[in-house]
Design a protein around this ligand. Structure first.
Ligand code: ZN
Length: 153
């Protein structure tokens, strides 16, 4: 990867670390999930407003928590990527993102959009759990048919 491109990716990550998007808790949430990464100490709490009566679209999503730069940037960018997505699209995005950070493959997939900045994570196996923490919590929230809180710990 060209170094100027790497610098650009670094900029995007730092911006989301310093100014997380959709940070907080949704008053309208009908699904929630918590995630904890003991290897790094990252914690994330997701709240989602999903159109359960309709096509399952993510109407709104927010996250809270404290963790390293990678885990915060990942959660922030995940919330941006998921708004308006159906459950099927959200699961597909999880699959592609997980593949990207574990193997570095699939970086050309248009669905990933800005999430491609995490392609370099696969070079640092210890960081994979940081990058996927919010996504595993998301999957737990989507799988929870009762609408109760679940934990990925
Ligand atoms: Zn971390």
């Amino acid at each position: 990867m060209a170094s100027d491109l790497r610098d650009l990716y670094q900029e995007v990550l730092l911006d989301h670390t310093r100014h997380p998007r959709n940070f907080g808790r949704l008053a309208t949430a009908n699904r929630t999930a918590q995630g904890y990464n003991p290897l790094c100490g990252d914690r994330v709490s997701l709240s989602l407003d999903i159109d359960l009566e309709g096509d399952g679209r993510v109407r709104d999503i927010a996250f809270e928590g404290a963790g390293c730069a990678i885990s915060t940037a990942s959660a922030s960018m995940m919330t941006e990527a998921l708004k308006g997505k159906t459950l099927a699209e959200a699961r597909e995005l999880f699959r592609r993102f997980h593949g990207l950070v574990t193997t570095g493959e699939g970086a050309g997939a248009p669905e990933l959009e800005k999430l491609v900045v995490f392609a370099g994570v696969h070079d640092f196996p210890i960081r994979v759990k940081c990058a996927t923490l919010a996504w595993h919590a998301l999957l737990a929230a989507l799988e929870d048919e009762r609408g109760e809180s679940v934990s990925t710990e």
